[in-house]
Ligand binder design. Structure first.
Ligand code: PMP
Length: 409
């Protein structure tokens, strides 16, 4: 028996056996088991879901494009930007800006957007994918620099990067409201308030990659709401079906919809589509999952649990090797350091995160090692008692592993 404090891979927000979701899948398979949505013959669930997504999105109007994963949704968005800029007579407007430590997926575009060193293994990123600074104050703030000054520096650097590359060559800026797979990194104070006017000034669309943050993780339906982001486009996946079906969505706001419609009329169509995109079972499940998240008080539960969750994590900062406890809503990380003062990480050979995660799993708790950190993102249905179990186990295992590594010298 395990308590999965990672909700699968950030996605099983309503648990693994929600009866409503199981029933919807069974009924939908019996009703209409599968059909593509490429040539205008759409299952009604697909249409219903796109209306529902626009209704709950921050946009007054818009359009949704369905695919099977977050990676595909990001690659789809890149192709949309490339096509619509070319059709508008700006074929040079192709570069994509993302951020160091940002995670956007594994397909060629999405991996090129991901700001992690492991993609060098594949000789990625492709040309034209540019990585801006990571707004992680604890790690990248200079001595004597306040957090507000750090955010200003991040924004100035972004503006300089845009000018250096040439604003007219940049198709879009993709960012997660909170970086997830890069180690749960919430933005520094005021970061998004400072960078949004810069992107507007240079006519660069803001694409919020809400694959993790979307549908409640940060305590609001959208991470963009939590950080006062006014995106032009949203990318969603994961909790959209509570992990019950592979489904990704590109959600275009009003302006982008208009531009994309014009471009595709000129080109006769948008030459892009996935056989299983908009699958009726996935769409029926997403309709149910969204309903559950909104109407079964999931977001309220995230908000109610947040002080316990974040309070519990912060308390670990008292421990000798915890450098930073960070997070928001029900996503958090503990970053381990060998020396707190200098923030020196442990030697990689010690595999500190894995040691802790391995101990936890032996004691019934699933949490994920991510570089020098461990990551927690419990399901939205977690109870206070279960939260107690998470922290009791973690407390014991952290102390045990820290004693162990101390004895290593
Ligand atoms: N974007 C973000 C923010 C993600 O966290 C992930 C997956 N962890 C993806 C994109 C890629 O999604 P998928 O694994 O479904 O391709």
């Amino acid at each position: 028996k395990y308590l999965d404090a990672n909700s699968g891979l950030w996605n099983a927000c309503a648990g693994f056996d929600h009866p409503g979701l199981i029933e919807v899948a069974q009924k939908q398979y019996a009703k209409f088991a599968g059909y593509h949505s490429l040539f205008g013959r759409l299952p009604e669930e697909t249409l219903e879901l796109s209306d529902k997504i626009i209704e709950v999105s921050p946009f007054d109007d818009g359009r949704v494009f369905f695919c099977n994963s977050g990676s595909e949704a990001n690659d789809t968005m890149i192709k949309m930007l490339w096509m619509l800029n070319a059709r508008k007579g700006n074929p040079q407007k192709r570069k994509i800006i993302t951020r160091i430590n940002g995670y956007h997926g594994v397909t060629l575009g999405a991996a090129s957007m991901t700001g992690k060193p492991y993609n060098e293994e594949f000789q990625l990123p492709l040309d034209g994918f540019i990585h801006a600074d990571c707004p992680h104050y604890w790690k990248f703030g200079k001595e004597d620099e306040t957090e507000d000054d750090f955010s200003k520096r991040m924004a100035n650097n972004l503006e300089n990067l845009i000018l250096k590359e040439g604003a007219e060559t940049i198709a879009g800026f993709f960012a997660e409201p909170v970086m997830g797979a890069g180690g749960v990194i919430p933005p520094s104070n005021g970061y998004f308030d400072l960078i949004q006017p810069i992107l507007k000034k240079y006519n660069i669309p803001f694409i919020a990659d809400e694959v993790i943050c979307g549908f409640g993780r940060t305590g609001n339906l959208w991470g963009s709401q939590t950080y006062n982001i006014q995106p032009d486009i949203l990318i969603a996946s994961k909790c959209i079906t509570s992990g019950f079906f592979p489904l990704g969505a590109v959600i275009l706001g009003e302006k982008m919809t208009q531009e994309m419609m014009e471009a595709s009329y000129k080109a006769e169509e948008f030459f892009h589509g996935f056989t299983a995109g908009g699958h009726p079972v996935g769409c029926a499940l997403a309709l149910e999952a969204i309903d559950i998240i909104i109407n079964e008080k999931m977001i309220e539960n995230v908000r109610n649990l947040e002080p316990i969750f974040m309070g519990g994590l912060k308390k670990f900062e008292e421990l000798e090797f915890i450098g930073e406890a960070r997070g928001i809503g029900l996503m958090g990380a503990l970053e381990m350091v060998h020396d707190k003062k200098t923030k020196t990480p442990f030697d990689g050979s010690i595999s500190i995160g894995e040691r802790i995660a391995n101990q936890c799993i032996e004691n019934g708790l699933i949490c994920r090692p991510l570089g020098p950190s461990i990551v927690l993102c419990p399901p939205f249905i977690t109870t206070e008692d279960e939260m107690g179990i998470i922290f009791e186990t973690l407390d014991k295992m952290l102390r045990k592993v820290f004693d162990e590594v101390k004895s290593l010298g």
